[in-house]
Design a binder for this molecule. Structure first.
Ligand SMILES: Cc1ncc(COP(=O)(O)O)c(C=O)c1O
Length: 367
């Protein structure tokens, strides 16, 4: 980080006083426009990025909301911030207390950052099949991490119930309960949805998103549908999840197989998903996810994780008339697995380069 000094002069002539006034005014403008007031203000307000090559191929504008630029590296920073802020507003916890959560990783990373910034202790329970990188990062950030066996939510030994029980035993502790605490989706209703609306001047045809808690999709959909009920809201679902069928038929039937993706897919209706205005669902295979993740890397230069690849693959499938929007987050597991899987999916760097060369001639065509 570059330290910047903002003031210095002591003895001033009239001219200097005038310019000092200008300087002071400029200084306050700088504060208003360019300087964020502490770590918490770095959460959200992420850019929207147009994908020139993939948009050209798809025949429609595809934009990604760059959630990997949040300080903790994922969309879950927003949920983490709003879950804690809501609890503070409701006096459910006091500064200095302990935040406890069951999380597959990114919410934990978000919570650990926010806890450091706000002076809370952070305790995380997670299923033991999650990537080692996430656990290491959490520990470096100062969180206490316990891994527990992978069992369904209905089992009392599920990581969420561990977190709840642990928080219940402590004084001044809060189980943030990201899946069923609607402060999660209200955070996206208050920030992510309005940002997308503002950044596109309201010209959005569809939002395509995979879900874990469903906080992001529900909050964004609620906001955008209030602005324009014609905006299509699409849930993109990986193998092994039950939401694809739930949105289609109302039945929680699991799709076959399991997925390399982390943090997305769900076997139940969370409180955050309940009553969310979602129009349709799309199933995305791991092969489509991996291919698109590498297209994003090789053709667009975007180093993102599997859930982002899945979102973009689904957005291309939706092929809406004009603008498609979806969120991008980044994490590392796919790059570990994919080193082995890449050949199997026959998407080599050479193919990436060829593909890029084909779409190079006029990347602004679809604007
Ligand atoms: C990278 C990533 N993307 C998306 C999601 C799902 O977001 P939500 O819980 O808001 O549905 C998660 C959840 O952990 C995640 O880690």
């Amino acid at each position: 980080m570059l330290p910047i000094r903002l003031s210095s002069s002591i003895f001033l002539s009239a001219l200097e006083k005038q310019s000092a006034k200008t300087f002071v005014r400029l200084k306050s403008e700088i504060f208003q426009k360019h300087i964020l007031d502490g770590f918490l203000e770095t959460v959200g307000n992420t850019p929207l990025i147009r994908l020139p090559r993939i948009s050209k191929d798809a025949g429609c504008e595809i934009l990604v909301k760059a959630e990997f630029l949040n300080p903790g590296g994922s969309v879950k920073d927003r949920a983490a911030y709003f879950l804690i802020k809501d609890a503070l507003d409701k006096n459910l916890i006091k500064p200095g207390g302990t935040i406890v959560e069951g999380t597959a990783g990114n919410t934990g990373i978000g919570l650990a950052h926010i806890c450091n910034a706000m002076g809370f202790k952070c305790v995380i329970f997670m299923p033991e099949n999650q990537s080692k990188e996430k656990i290491d990062i959490l520990r470096v950030l100062g969180a206490e991490v316990t891994t527990v066996p992978v069992v369904p939510f209905t089992d009392p030994l599920n990581y969420n119930h561990y977190a709840r029980r642990y928080a219940e035993k402590l004084d001044n502790a809060l189980w943030t309960n990201q899946f069923d605490n609607r402060a999660n989706r209200m955070g996206h209703y208050a920030t992510t949805g309005p940002e997308i609306w503002r950044q596109t001047n309201g010209k959005v045809d569809a939002v395509v998103l995979s879900t874990g808690t469903a906080g992001t999709l529900a909050g964004v959909s609620m906001f955008l549908k209030e602005k324009n009920s014609n905006i299509r809201t699409v849930l993109a679902d990986p193998p092994g999840s039950s939401l694809y069928h739930y949105i289609k038929s109302g039945k929680l039937d699991r799709t076959d197989g399991s997925s390399i993706t982390e943090g997305i897919g769900q076997g139940r209706i969370t409180e955050n998903l309940k009553d969310a205005p979602i129009d349709e669902s799309l199933f995305v295979s791991d092969q489509e996810t991996v291919n698109m993740t590498f297209r994003l890397l090789c053709e667009e230069g975007l180093y993102v994780g599997a859930s982002s690849g899945l979102n973009v693959a689904a957005a291309v499938t939706v092929r809406m008339r004009q603008d498609d929007i979806y969120l991008v987050e980044k994490f590392t597991k796919i790059y570990n697995d994919i080193c082995q899987l890449r050949q199997a999916f026959e998407y080599s760097t050479v193919e990436c380069r060829n593909k890029r060369a084909e779409s190079e001639p006029n990347i602004t065509d679809t604007r």
